[in-house]
Design a protein around this ligand. Structure first.
Ligand code: AHG
Ligand code: MN
Ligand code: MN
Length: 356
């Protein structure tokens, strides 16, 4: 008989990797796992909402119908509240970070940053969506945690993970000692270890980016795209283009098959679109732990200075050799000095401002 290892068992076993761990991080990860099962249940019946709901506003339990990203946000926050290990949640869905008050959380040491539902525009069309999370230890030692505790660089993450609600549901996470993936077995309601020690191939043949934005791309990205599309038997080009529009799903596929995901700066989104704290940093941590690479086209994502909660960043992430090649082309055809000069021109014209 094949022995199944559940996420809960695995987390407890791995606790021994951290000699002074008191089990708090393990409990936090377990809380996130529980909330993601609840979100999974709702995502799975997303198409039934209108049928089950009364006049589109109330469901049969009398709860008002909510957009799934708001629902997911509430589920994660309430699981983290009742778990007692988290003192602040920083979420895509909340303009300001949320304090977790109350007796049970009074000694909580961890900060969680979260994108509760990633790729939410795909919900209506039955395409994979995800959750991304990132965990930091609070820095301040007294009183209430502060903004300083939230705005830590990606290198300070103690754990990060994502859940993909796809043809099956998976939770993938790292605590800085490799990456492990768990598939939800709906018959027992448990995440079971299915992808131990995940590694992203060094080289790949899939590129993922929204090519509709081509005219707005920096020259370096345009050149890299051309490189991907040119015929060359030795490097198996032309490469394959795949873009789901859910970062989690695009990166998860590339992690398994090898590939690059790019969301560059564009002339209409001069700081990039994706958010550094709860999208780029956690995915960068996971991909690096799996042996891949993540930069903004010039510098390592994890070392970028975090100055605001909803700060954006460009991202080039995936198989190491592919990301390096794209970076070479960025340096050659879109040197950072030119970019900065263009940005400051736009800033002085009031077209872009600040960090967001
Ligand atoms: P979210 O649903 O959390 O707002 O994130 C959507 C993100 C990301 O998942 C995806 O890669 C990207 O937006 C798609 O953007 P485009 O539609 O501009 O390609
Ligand atoms: Mn997102
Ligand atoms: Mn989201």
């Amino acid at each position: 008989m094949q022995v199944v290892k559940t996420l809960g068992q695995f987390i407890i076993e791995k606790q021994n990797d951290f000699p002074y761990a008191k089990g708090e991080l393990s409990r936090l990860l377990r809380d996130i796992g529980i909330a993601s099962k609840i979100v999974n249940r709702e995502v799975n019946k997303a198409g039934l909402m209108d049928i089950l709901g009364d006049a589109g506003t109330m469901n049969i339990q009398g709860e008002s119908q909510k957009k799934l990203d708001v629902y997911a946000n509430e589920q994660f926050i309430s699981a983290l509240k009742s778990g007692g290990e988290c003192c602040i949640v920083a979420s895509e869905e909340n303009d300001e970070f949320v304090y977790i008050d109350g007796e049970v959380s009074k000694n909580a040491k961890y900060i969680v940053a979260i994108d509760p539902l990633d790729g939410s525009s795909n919900i209506d069309v039955n395409v994979a969506v995800g959750t991304i999370f990132s965990i930091y230890r609070r820095k301040t030692t007294e009183g209430k945690a502060t903004l300083e505790d939230v705005l830590q660089n990606g290198t300070e993450q103690v754990a990060a993970g994502y859940v993909i609600y796809g043809s099956s549901t998976m939770l993938v996470y790292t605590t800085g000692k490799g990456v492990n993936g768990f598939t939800l077995d709906p018959s027992i309601g448990e995440f079971c270890l299915s992808h131990p020690e995940m590694k992203i191939p060094k080289e790949g043949t899939i590129y993922s980016l929204n090519e509709g934005n081509y005219v707005h791309f920096p020259d370096g990205v345009k050149k890299y795209l051309k490189y991907c599309q040119v015929e060359d038997a030795v490097t198996s080009r032309p490469y394959t283009s795949r873009y789901i529009g859910s970062m989690v799903a695009d990166i998860h596929r590339n992690m398994i098959k090898g590939g690059i995901f790019i969301y560059p700066t564009t002339s209409s989104a001069p700081n990039g679109k994706l958010r550094l704290v709860y999208e780029c940093n956690p995915m960068a941590f996971i991909i690096e732990q799996a042996g891949g690479r993540a930069t903004d086209g010039y510098n390592r994502i994890l070392e970028k200075e975090v100055v605001s909660l909803h700060q954006r960043s460009a991202i080039f992430i995936g198989s190491e050799n592919m990301v390096r090649r794209a970076e070479d082309m960025m340096r050659e055809f879109s040197p950072l000095d030119d970019q900065m000069e263009a940005d400051s021109k736009l800033e002085s014209l009031g077209i872009i401002g600040g960090l967001d």
